[in-house]
Design a binder for this molecule. Structure first.
Ligand code: PLP
Length: 326
């Protein structure tokens, strides 16, 4: 039995997520066939990619007898919202250390965190690491056992969720007799990307992993992905020393900054909605979609090829971006 199948894991997501064709979108772009892998439908508190990581992270927390999950992100973090939901599901407390976001109103993920009874500690971006450490130390001093999850759940343990996703995807592609040229996805804290590289090697999936950064420059994301993948490889007993250059990361679609819409990202949101009735989010998936759209329009793929888009969720944030669309 592969090591991945023996790791501690709890069930939080509805799996497998659908993989389906997006013919209207493909027609509008006039290029290859396009299929969408719907990780926005993992189900946990409106879905998203973090549910897969949390299946392994929360199992690890429970194995360590933790009674409180502590994590951090920007105020509109999808990872924080799904961590709060996972904590509810397994009966743990959840503390979120939140830094300022571009959209701070009581909407989107901020509203959902409150409904999910997360305990919120606010701090500046500069004080994030120190605050996270202090909150964990305070909990320990009170006799609690915290389990600290870094930004985005991007540890080697969390990355196992996306190594496993590639096995799921390999099976779906086999059944559909598809050999896609590339899969586009948002690569932020790089755990998704690292896991996908491990899974691609494990399951023999030969397609380009096109990570698109929503925030950080390419070398930063590549270095993080390589670090997490190398650690993940040792969990899986794989002889793999991942290097930054193993990770394709495009930072050309960030625009003015994290969480700030661009003309291309706004067009991507509208195009997915108008052609397929699929909602993507302005912070992550719209920028990844903008990259895929630009590359298809620039003729990177032939009409007889197939391109995948990994919808990693994030749609609750859409509601705090109403101004960008009015
Ligand atoms: C909707 C969405 N997509 C993609 C990502 C990026 O995933 P990762 O941080 O694993 O690179 C995130 C991270 O927060 C996210 O919320």
């Amino acid at each position: 039995m592969p090591i991945l199948d023996q790791l501690p894991r709890i069930s939080l997501a509805f799996l497998p997520t659908p993989l389906h064709e997006a013919p209207n979108l493909a027609r509008a772009l006039g290029g290859p066939r396009v299929f969408i892998k719907r990780d926005d439908m993992t189900g946990l508190a409106f879905g998203g990619n973090k549910a897969r990581k949390l299946e392994f992270l929360v199992a690890d927390a429970l194995a360590q007898k933790a009674n409180v999950l502590i994590t951090t992100g920007a105020a509109q973090s999808n990872h924080c919202r799904q961590t709060a939901a996972a904590a509810c599901k397994v009966g743990l407390r959840c503390i979120l250390v939140l830094t300022p976001s571009h959209h701070e109103e009581f909407q989107g993920n901020i509203l959902l965190d409150a409904l999910l009874k997360a305990e919120v500690v606010r701090c500046s971006a500069e004080a994030q690491a120190e605050t996270l450490a202090r909150v964990a130390a305070d909990e320990r001093a009170r006799g609690n056992t915290p389990y600290v999850i870094p930004v985005g759940g991007s540890t080697a343990v969390g990355a196992m969720g996306y190594a496993a996703m590639m096995g799921e995807l390999a099976g779906q592609l086999r059944r559909l007799a598809l050999s896609p040229a590339a899969i586009y996805f948002s690569s932020g804290s790089a755990g998704t990307h690292a896991g996908m590289l491990l899974g691609a090697r494990l399951y023999g999936l030969d397609l380009a992993l096109m990570g698109v950064s929503p925030s950080r420059p390419t070398p930063h994301v590549q270095a993080e992905a390589a670090r997490i993948a190398s650690e993940g490889a040792s969990i899986l007993g794989m002889s793999l020393a991942a290097a930054p250059a193993d990770f394709e990361v495009d930072d050309a679609f960030i625009g003015p900054g994290y969480g700030i819409s661009t003309p291309a990202s706004l067009e991507a949101v509208r195009l997915f909605a108008e052609t397929e009735g699929i909602l993507i989010d302005p912070v992550y998936t719209a920028k990844a979609a903008a990259a895929m759209i630009a590359h298809i329009r620039a003729g990177h793929f032939r009409p007889d090829q197939t391109v995948l888009f990994l919808h990693t969720g994030g749609t609750p944030a859409l509601f705090s971006y109403a101004d960008d669309f009015s």
